[in-house]
Design a protein around this ligand. Structure first.
Ligand code: DGL
Length: 267
């Protein structure tokens, strides 16, 4: 089979990567996707490096067995911690969600103060700082872990007052630094974006992994001649353990009501 017609593999620890999938489905309607949400191991944000590498490799191996043409790590934590190990192990294109954001920032010419929020692991890795700073030394970066956001989102409480309290707690130090741009360095966070927007000054621009990846992948597929011209297969959504909220969330995020979710124990 012609490589262009193969599906694209995409994974996250849970439902966060669905925000990336949604943006990709919109931007690239002729591509087919196989999404894996590692609900057996969510959250990745406070797991050990070893664990994240093992889980990420297991999913990548599964996706490769499904004959995908490339893999997107739709998880900032795994992108920050496991990308190198995955690239060393597997011989197919593997794209992370940090590079597309770095590319967007590199197009901004004026010196700028940037806030980055993410899981404990992503922030501790300094992945965004390391990606952005060498390209523009004048940029000032302020980082903040927001460990309560993922459980709040996975519980469906992103519009609740508890979410506003968490947003205020985590973002006030960044607002006090007068940031001009905020990077949502976790693919779950577009789901709490409205609450964030309500609680920060309007002039702060927000950049997220989902829209950045859609733009980046479109260019990448064109450049590498991997772009599909006809949608061959229905997208598949797979989770690694039963999850109460996943079905409702998937329908809501992907704006559908006919989605079949497969449960697959990966070993
Ligand atoms: N959505 C993921 C990320 O982008 C991981 C969240 C988690 O599992 O802690 O970092």
């Amino acid at each position: 089979m012609n490589k262009t017609q193969l599906p694209i593999g995409i994974f996250d620890s849970g439902l966060g990567g669905l925000t990336v999938l949604k943006a990709l489905q919109r931007a690239l309607p002729k591509e087919s996707f196989i999404y894996v949400g590692d609900t057996a191991h969510v959250p990745y944000g406070n797991k050990s490096l070893e664990a994240i590498i093992i889980y990420s490799k297991r999913i990548a191996k599964f996706l490769i067995n499904q004959k995908v043409k490339l893999i997107i790590i739709a998880c900032n934590t795994s992108s920050a911690l496991a990308l190198k190990a995955l690239k060393q192990t597997f011989d197919l294109p593997i794209l992370d969600v940090i590079t597309p954001v770095q590319k967007i920032i590199s197009l901004k010419s004026t010196p700028i103060k940037i806030g980055v929020i993410g899981t404990h692991n992503t922030i501790a890795s300094g992945a965004y700082r390391k990606a952005i700073k060498p390209k523009n030394k004048k940029i000032q970066i302020f980082e903040q872990a927001c460990p309560l956001f993922v459980p709040i989102i996975e519980e469906g409480l992103q519009n609740d007052s508890i979410a506003s309290l968490a947003v205020k707690k985590y973002l006030t130090p960044l607002i006090n630094k007068n940031i001009q741009l905020l990077i949502l360095g976790c693919t779950h966070y577009p789901l709490i974006k409205e609450t964030i927007q309500r609680n920060i000054p309007k002039k702060i621009q927000i950049v997220d992994s989902a829209n950045s990846m859609a733009e980046y992948l479109t260019n990448y597929l064109n450049k590498t001649r991997l772009l599909s011209h006809i949608k061959r297969k229905k997208d598949r959504i797979i989770i690694t353990d039963h999850s109460d909220n996943f079905h409702n969330f998937t329908n809501k995020i992907l704006d559908r009501n006919d989605i079949n979710i497969e449960i697959l124990k990966l070993t």
